[in-house]
Design a protein around this ligand. Sequence first.
Ligand code: SF4
Length: 293
Amino acid sequence: MIIRPVFAELVEEAEKRGCPLSEIILEREEREHAVPRRELWDKMRDYWQTMSQAVMEGVQAGKKSLSGLIGDEAFQLKKYAESGSALGGRTTTLAAARAMGVGTVSVSMGKIVAAPTAGSCGILPAVLLTAAEQTGAGEDRIIGGLFTAAGIGRIIDDTVSTSGASAGCQAECGAASCMAAAAAVEIAGGTPAQAAHAGAIALKSILGLVCDPVAGLVEIPCIKRNAMGAANALLAADMAMAGIESRIPIDEVIGAMKEIGDLMPGSLRETAQAGLANTPTARAIERQIFGTE
Ligand code: SF4
């Protein structure tokens, strides 16, 4: 599928001017919405405060989703990350725990920022906080990263969708992972081109992921997919920072995502008719919660 190279234009402009992607995206937002930069920045800072609060809250013990299907998993993983035994290392495991934690806050009716959706809300805050801790970046760099993430999210939303009902989980956890990977590179001081490669690598790795929530609730497998999306984003960011490039440019990856989304049957787009939602265990859970299938 051929789409206009929208993201490539942003990268080209940023590289030409020697500024981060977030600067270009912020300027465009200012122009399009006629809102002063200070106001946009302050709004994004408010979002970040909500996100970081959800990260802190989500990894506490004693959480329960409304259905009772999700509980202390984020807390368990955080404890394990801090034990020093994590096979994937403390940083990635802690990021995964944080992503699950924010998802848990969401399903227990806490306050989150849907970035891009409530189902995938854990990936971006978990990755940004972790990248900032790793690099010593302050809040302004995080907020800059959020503008870069928002810029990519907007392109995906305009080109495909950021809804599992439209294009599967690739459009929720895939988009979030793509946004987070690019933002993490910016936070780490990478170039706009590296940010684009990171986003492309992250999204390529989640292409085709269907939306098949058990009992139609945004809990299983969503919470664990947030963990995987965060780990995927960090690895994609590290690949790009190591100088590895995506052979398929990000705009074309987004085009492929649209093609796959269009081909995806309705049964795998949030309707809980197929996939994990149609396994014997999932159907038993559904009966247990709702009394019927
Ligand atoms: S499985 Fe569906 S509901 Fe769950 S996070 Fe993915 S897109 Fe959202």
